[in-house]
Design a protein around this ligand. Structure first.
Ligand code: FAD
Ligand code: SIN
Length: 489
């Protein structure tokens, strides 16, 4: 328990953007809107209440407002963004102008197939169809508001380069969160920071009638509305809840923000919402032990390799997260080292955070690096040589890695020690393709919508890197549109 708390604290401190101090990756400090103080303790009315101001909630709020609905957004934390602010690697989409410009041949069918295969075919194919056909529109939607998703990289389990990120390889989350927050302010949407939803209110006919909320002083108030959109994210930071569904994950650290506690799921259960895939909880393979800082999959996607304490590669680094996590856990001490060079660092701005945080060991030669990290020197030298030859030969005879974009021999050489940590809760509230919520009796709950990591079904048994960002924006927009349509009826 003590270890978990210290990891959570370190993780919180490691991401200055969350504490509103700014960040090299972009999002500005957030401050409570004046509205929160003026209106929070009074009962209120709206067409739609959105619970949670992460990527899904803010997308839903913007889209519902575009459709003419009056929206109130409740956010329990003192800043917007949730886990979305932490997103680093990018957002998947097939058939974008950016892929075309880079000569990447992709299709929505290939994206669908990769997603289903990555999820071990446990995904809801209807939801995956929506995700894979509409993600490219989400890219356009975000870019029209000012986001930058112009660079395309490779993520684990993807057959082609498909993960969209800002130019220069900086983190995607701060870019998207800043964009959505700016639009929320421009549209004068009623966003209430430090305000938690505590209960979904249902009317006598069983349809949604609003929410109970608490302001920053703990005072309770009600908001009456015809629709509620649940966008409270996942529960990776709630150790008890994780262990309830996956006892084998006891003691693992998490990459998540401290607010990822799953209250949305608990609220949903109280109004008889059906939950799916709750045991499907993903670990991210490359997280720094003891502080929970995730090293983006983009590092491997751009060319890094994994080396064990014996100085050897042991896996195709771009297999899916479940497979790579298992691979690392079966090495000595359950850890591995990400190995990369200046060539990679120069193309992936997101790595600068890791240098700023002091997480990277650096050296001028493989021998020196091996000594510094305590890895078998002779083996590490021959591993790196063999890998660089494989890059030249365009064939990885040892592990059949298809994507080997660079040799690792330019400038300084780097290593970061990594181990898996809890990253994404793939199960949650059951929705249909309109983001309408399904009850335990199989019927839709009128007025209740959900989007983002609180939902289950999109990712099945294993989420592909880049698919959560695609999911939250795409289904966030759909939830906003569906709810706005319903309240107009
Ligand atoms: P969140 O962004 O977590 O937002 C939910 C919000 O709801 C939070 O702000 C929370 O405080 C609020 N909330 C919760 N309960 C209440 C309540 N009762 N009342 C009011 N507010 C409440 N995915 C990708 O596809 N690509 C990536 O590159 C990527 N990188 C990642 C890196 C890290 C370190 C992490 C942790 C995740 C990453 N993911 C990535 C996953 C992805 O970021 C998340 O799945 C996604 O952002 C979740 O979005 P969301 O809007 O559903 O939830
Ligand atoms: C990462 O950048 O490795 C995280 C990507 C994701 O969770 O999709």
């Amino acid at each position: 328990m003590k270890k978990w708390i210290s990891i959570m604290m370190a993780s919180f401190l490691a991401f200055p953007v969350l504490s509103g101090c700014g960040s090299t990756t972009g999002a500005p400090a957030d401050s409570a809107t004046p509205k929160a103080a003026e209106t929070a303790t009074k009962d209120d009315t709206a067409d739609i209440v959105v619970i949670g101001a992460g990527g899904a909630g803010m997308s839903a709020a913007v889209e519902a407002t575009n459709q003419g609905a009056k929206v109130i957004v409740l956010e329990k934390m003192p800043m917007v963004g949730g886990n979305t602010t932490r997103a680093t690697g990018g957002l998947n989409a097939a058939g974008t102008k950016h892929q075309e410009a880079a000569g990447i041949k992709d299709s929505q069918q290939l994206y669908f197939d990769d997603t289903m295969k990555g999820g071990h075919d446990k995904n809801n194919p209807e939801l995956v169809k929506v995700l894979t056909t509409k993600a490219k529109d989400s890219v356009v939607w975000l870019e029209e508001m000012g986001a930058d998703l112009s660079e395309v990289g490779r993520a684990g389990g993807a057959s082609v380069n498909r993960i969209h990120r800002p130019k220069g390889g900086s983190a995607v989350g701060p870019n998207v969160v800043t964009t959505l927050k700016k639009v929320i302010e421009e549209k004068n949407i009623d966003l209430r920071l430090n305000n938690s939803a505590t209960e979904i209110i249902k009317g006598e006919d069983g349809s949604v009638a609003g929410v109970k909320a608490k302001d920053k002083d703990g005072k309770e108030y009600n908001i009456t509305s015809k629709a509620v959109i649940l966008a409270t994210g996942g529960f990776s930071a709630n150790q008890d809840m994780v262990i309830k569904y996956r006892p084998d994950l006891k003691g693992f650290a998490t990459t998540n923000h401290p607010g990822a506690l799953g209250e949305g799921i608990t609220m949903a259960e109280k109004v008889n919402v059906n939950l799916v895939d709750m045991g499907e909880i993903q670990t991210h393979p490359t997280v720094v032990p003891d502080n929970g800082v995730m090293i983006t999959e983009g590092v491997r996607g751009d060319g890094a390799i994994l080396i064990n304490k014996e100085g050897k590669r042991f896996i195709n680094e771009l297999l899916t997260r479940d497979v790579v996590s298992k691979g690392i856990l079966s090495q000595t001490d359950g850890v591995a080292y990400l190995f990369f060079d200046d060539g990679l660092r120069e193309g992936l701005a997101a790595t600068e955070e890791y240098f700023n945080m002091g997480l990277v060991t650096e050296a001028d030669s493989v021998e020196e690096l091996a000594d510094k990290i305590g890895v078998d020197k002779k083996e590490m030298v021959s591993t790196v040589e063999a890998y660089n030859k494989a890059v030249m030969a365009k064939e990885d005879k040892d592990f059949q890695r298809a994507n080997m974009p660079i040799q690792l021999n330019k400038g300084k050489l780097y290593a970061i020690q990594v181990t898996p940590a809890i990253h994404h809760t793939m199960g949650g509230v059951e929705i249909n393709t309109n983001a309408e919520v399904v009850g335990t009796d199989g019927n839709l709950i009128k007025g209740l919508y959900a989007a983002g990591e609180i939902t289950g079904g999109v990712h099945g048994g294993n989420r592909l890197g880049g698919n959560a960002m695609a999911d939250i924006i795409t289904f966030g927009r759909i939830a906003g549109e569906s709810a706005a349509k319903m309240v107009k009826q």
